[in-house]
Design a protein around this ligand. Structure first.
Ligand SMILES: Nc1nc2c(ncn2[C@@H]2O[C@H](COP(=O)(O)OP(=O)(O)OP(=O)(O)O)[C@@H](O)[C@H]2O)c(=O)[nH]1
Ligand SMILES: [Mg+2]
Ligand SMILES: [Mg+2]
Length: 293
């Protein structure tokens, strides 16, 4: 077919492929959730319904996109990780980000009535999310990114738990609570919680303290057996030439991934153990699907 005289406008489209052979993290974040959480009376500082809803939406995203290796969520944000060998959408940033953000938003709204059973139904302005993609060249960089988010979760949660205890149980107003916490360290906050309110921070729900990690579950590897150490994983995935899997291997991996159960856990992802027991997360090759009991 002959080109129309308008077709030249295609030249204005810019390529936006992400750097090959790097880990892609797409992080989304709720737009104006300070206001949104007030509108729907989220419990302070943590609303289990809201977090379970975020996790349900993330799990739905993962089941629609088998290329996602792992996801981590806290508060109104979620990070989705693609293996460095991933070639989905030719690694085009806008396609990856817009697909993840719109799929997540659609499921957030879809699952809303399951988690907010008693409250008012959603009404405009409806929840929306922004998103960005960042490339990390090494396993160490990727793990440091994940650790950064989980440390952030811990710091914010300890602060918020203490802040709201001072207000709800201590009868302080926001300004006084803020002033009291100014310049305090973690140990001080733990002590305030315990001495003033008898709260042992360690006994707070794991989801609040650690955030949520979503991944495909295969048979766990016993530590000390067939584990892939961080160095080995780094070696496996640090080849200068991007790993190219055959089409049939890609299809086979996809089948196994689709079969695997997607789980939501609240685990320490900073320490080695989490990664060592789940070598498939960094190797990119699916593990063995556990037999039904
Ligand atoms: N009460 C309550 N609020 C929450 C909960 N989770 C998230 N939020 C709110 O969501 C906000 C998320 O912070 P940000 O993402 O930094 O801020 P934002 O208001 O969403 O603004 P932008 O992200 O810049 O659009 C928190 O400050 C809380 O106000 C929850 O479980 N309970
Ligand atoms: Mg936000
Ligand atoms: Mg946020």
């Amino acid at each position: 077919m002959a080109n129309s005289k308008f077709e030249y406008v295609k030249q204005f489209e810019q390529p936006d492929s992400l750097l090959p052979n790097t880990w892609i993290v797409v992080r989304l974040d709720g737009r104006g959730f300070t206001k949104f959480s007030t509108k729907y009376a989220f419990e302070k500082p943590n609303d289990k319904r809201a977090l379970d809803l975020m996790n349900a939406a993330a799990r739905s995203v993962m089941s629609e996109l088998p290329d996602i290796t792992i996801a981590y969520g806290v508060s109104d944000e979620y990070s989705f990780v693609f293996h460095k060998s991933c070639t989905l959408f030719e690694r085009r940033a806008s396609k990856l980000v817009s697909t993840i953000v719109s799929t997540f938003t659609a499921y957030y709204i879809h699952h809303w009535p399951t988690y907010f059973v008693d409250g008012p139904p959603l009404s405009p302005p409806l929840p929306s999310f922004d998103g960005r993609a960042v490339c990390y060249p090494s396993v160490q960089n990727l793990r440091d990114y994940m650790s950064w988010r989980q440390v952030d979760c811990h710091i914010n949660n300890l602060y918020n738990t203490t802040f709201w205890a001072l207000i709800n149980q201590g009868g302080m107003d926001g300004t006084a609570a803020e002033l009291m916490l100014k310049g305090t360290f973690s140990a001080d906050k733990n002590e305030i919680l315990f001495k003033k309110f008898g709260i042992n921070y360690n006994n707070e729900p794991e989801m609040f303290k650690k955030g949520s990690v979503v991944f495909r579950n295969y048979e766990l590897v016993e530590p000390g057996t067939k584990k892939v150490s961080e160095e080995e994983a780094e070696e496996m995935s640090s080849s200068a030439v991007p790993e190219v899997k055959s089409k049939s291997q890609v299809e086979k991996d996809k089948k196994v991934r689709t079969k695997a159960k997607i789980v939501v856990e609240h685990l320490d992802i900073i320490r080695d153990e989490f990664w060592e027991r789940r070598p498939w997360l960094l190797s990119g090759t699916p593990g063995k699907v556990p037999k039904e009991p």
